[in-house]
Design a protein around this ligand. Structure first.
Ligand code: COA
Length: 389
């Protein structure tokens, strides 16, 4: 039985910062941000968007009533959790009006947990082939103003409907993984922003990729020739490029040229959204599938997931016949097109706004946020969500 991605969609908030302007404000050469890091724009979440609303907005327009009836499990991967106890999945379950019989759970392992959710969903569907699993990956990447990680922030979510006989991509069974207890990036419960050893995290990302890729080629006897494209977890778009080039043989053969060319397409959305932690790999996959005009049906796509701390995994998917008919490229183009550019000064103000933690009641101004689902405020420590539809 084939199991995989039946539908896939992203959402990103309506505000963004131009990286050239951010570079100038920070006294850096803009080429460092756009070429050295590989980011053009950075999505910015207003106070009315949090990981719950971003995920709910990604899923809301993608699901039909029949899909909702078939969902019996919601898995939410995030490293921007809003509660130590109640899962973000339960909020989304409510906002989308999913059946009460469906379970809802949140998963955590830095940027890896969306991929963990996909693998768990596969097992669940193998046992329950008539059921569907809603996988959500949603994050707001925050390193802090004027930090070296500032240029690798962003906000957004991906919703993936996993099922048997998927319409977009079968996820193949063979995959390889590696776990090692390291301190390259972490965010203690008391901190609003991440702690990171940036250079070390880059080294580890590449080392883990090299390890899981070589494990995979030994296990399967496959090589780059067997892949149409490779997609990467992208904290910033230069990162995947460095990892990919680490396994290229000397010289550029046809496979290397094809994979490099497709890599550029697979980074287009990410260059405009920035880092979305758990969702980054899947934003890159969407970029490849929606913006490549002639990616053949039946192609094998390799995917590298990395979550600091750290877990890495290499897994693969096969594009299904007619997969293009089941993508929502127009909706995604609209989401990016209707965004509003903000000045660095406004970005700093928006970034500094936080939800009160003292139990007071606060109502947020939602009039400028066009999202169908938003956070309207907080009351007695309870977040208040609104669905306009
Ligand atoms: N023109 C073009 N490129 C330039 C440049 C310029 N004027 N100035 C610098 N660069 C290049 C550098 O050569 C470097 O490229 P390289 O890595 O290929 O050598 C790149 O821009 C970044 O410069 P660097 O000095 O290393 O940046 P930094 O010290 O500010 O830190 C990160 C960059 C990514 C380490 C930092 O943003 C960070 O910690 N991010 C969060 C952690 C992260 O995303 N980790 C990824 C693994 S999960």
């Amino acid at each position: 039985m084939k199991i995989g991605i039946d539908k896939i969609s992203f959402y990103s908030p309506h505000l963004y910062v131009d990286m050239n302007e951010l570079a100038v404000a920070r006294g850096d050469d803009p080429a460092k941000y756009t070429i050295g890091i590989g980011q053009d724009e950075m999505a910015l979440a207003p106070i009315t968007q949090d990981p719950v609303t971003l995920a709910a907005n990604a899923a809301e327009q993608m699901l039909t009533a029949d899909d909702k009836d078939a969902i019996d499990l919601v898995l939410f991967g995030t490293e921007t959790g809003i509660d130590h106890s109640k899962s973000a999945a339960v909020y989304v379950h409510g906002l989308l009006g999913l059946p009460p019989e469906a379970r809802a759970v949140e998963l955590k392992q830095a940027c890896y947990s969306g991929t963990a959710a996909i693998q768990l969903a596969k097992g669940h569907i193998a046992l329950n082939p008539d059921k569907k699993v809603l996988v959500l990956a949603s994050d707001i990447a925050r390193y802090g103003l004027k930090t070296s990680g500032e240029v690798t922030q962003g906000a957004g979510a991906v919703a993936i409907l996993m099922s048997a006989d998927p319409k977009v991509m079968e996820i193949e069974n063979v995959c390889t993984a590696k776990t090692d207890d390291i301190m390259d990036f972490w965010r203690p419960n008391y901190s609003d922003t991440a702690y990171v050893d940036g250079k070390y995290s880059n080294e580890k990302y590449i080392e883990f990729f090299s390890d899981v890729w070589h494990q995979y080629t030994e296990k399967t006897n496959r090589s780059l020739d067997d892949f149409e494209a490779l997609c990467f977890h992208l904290p910033y778009t230069k990162m995947g490029l460095k990892a990919m080039q680490s396994v290229f043989a000397d010289g550029m053969g046809d496979a290397e040229k094809r994979i490099l060319s497709n890599y550029q397409i697979s980074t287009t959305y990410n260059r405009r959204i920035g880092n979305v932690y758990t969702a980054s790999l899947y934003v890159s996959l969407l970029s490849l599938l929606e913006l490549h005009t002639s990616l053949p049906e039946g192609s094998r796509i390799g995917m590298y997931s990395y979550g600091s701390g750290a877990v890495g995994e290499f897994f693969t998917g096969i594009l299904q016949d007619g997969y293009r008919d089941h993508l929502c490229a127009e909706r995604h183009e609209h989401i990016l097109k209707q965004r509003e550019k903000v000045s660095v000064e406004t970005y700093e103000k928006v970034f500094s706004q936080t939800v009160p933690v003292d139990g007071s009641t606060k109502v947020f101004d939602e009039t400028t946020d066009p999202a169908p689902i938003y956070l309207s405020g907080i009351k007695e420590h309870m977040r208040q969500y609104v669905c306009r539809t």
